[in-house]
Write a protein that binds this ligand. Sequence first.
Ligand SMILES: Cc1cc2nc3c(=O)[nH]c(=O)nc-3n(C[C@H](O)[C@H](O)[C@H](O)COP(=O)(O)OP(=O)(O)OC[C@H]3O[C@@H](n4cnc5c(N)ncnc54)[C@H](O)[C@@H]3O)c2cc1C
Length: 286
Amino acid sequence: MIPASFEYHRPGSLQEALQLLQTYGGEASVLAGGHSLLPSMKLRLARPGRIIDIGRLAELNYIREEGNAIAIGALTTHHEIATWDLVVNELPFLAEAAAAIGDVQVRNKGTIGGSLAHADPAADYPAAVLAGNAEIVVQGAGGSRKIAAADFFVDLFTTSLQPGELITEIRFPKLSGKTGSAYLKFPHPASRFAVVGCAAVVTVDGGTIQEARVALTGVASTAYRAKAVEDALKGQSTDPATVEQAVEKATEGVDVMSDHFASSEYRAHLARVYARRALLKAIERA
Ligand SMILES: Cc1cc2nc3c(=O)[nH]c(=O)nc-3n(C[C@H](O)[C@H](O)[C@H](O)COP(=O)(O)OP(=O)(O)OC[C@H]3O[C@@H](n4cnc5c(N)ncnc54)[C@H](O)[C@@H]3O)c2cc1C
């Protein structure tokens, strides 16, 4: 449980961190909250020659309203996201996803940027950023770019981040007054990671669903939007029977994972159950 030796760097600014990444390239790993990277290093699954510790860069730790969006700095912790009034009031599904992560220690140290970059298939935020239509702002030597959440998760532990790029911010569009949202998960009893988790964001007008965004995590190699469920709900009534029927399509077109915690059949069942529960909660709040 002792990591291989490495050189430690603690940049004083984002610019310095980007320069260090440029200089050391693939030899270096960025350290944020350390709650995924350090366990991997202790198990020697990761052996970076250099650590660039961005964990204390205050310029990447914030939650603020910017016009029609809520902007969250990459180093904002799970605990801050779970408890910040602006998130709790404007993006309840995101606060719920953050509150459901791990335990107090993990929530106090782990960051949203680190979790998204790590892209664990059982992590909670991926479902939230997908259902929330968020953008992931990244910065590298060539400047800054925004990646739509839908384009960010490529495969198991793989994202569209390019070498030398850092996540700096996550931007969520605010929800309209007629939109309700929820995040619910079936947690693994030991780690609390999502065996299955579902984020739902639903806009209702006069008892009719105008738009439903449903994203599932834990089910496949990456979190995904359950488009078939969304299409089945659009223009329909909020009647629970309609929802029950729509969630039958929760894993349509998806290669459902199977492991010693949950068979693919059981995961698919949980996907339907949690999609239904999250949708009904979101509808109730709309
Ligand atoms: C016991 C335990 C239980 C957990 N339970 C859950 C759970 O229930 N749900 C859940 O979702 N997660 C869970 N986690 C994971 C936790 O949320 C981690 O905090 C998170 O995955 C990683 O965030 P971090 O800030 O700790 O990143 P780090 O561990 O510091 O880094 C993780 C990876 O991301 C890279 N990275 C970090 N920041 C950036 C950045 N800004 N830009 C680019 N790359 C970056 C690092 O180089 C590294 O490759 C658990 C972890 C533990 C140890």
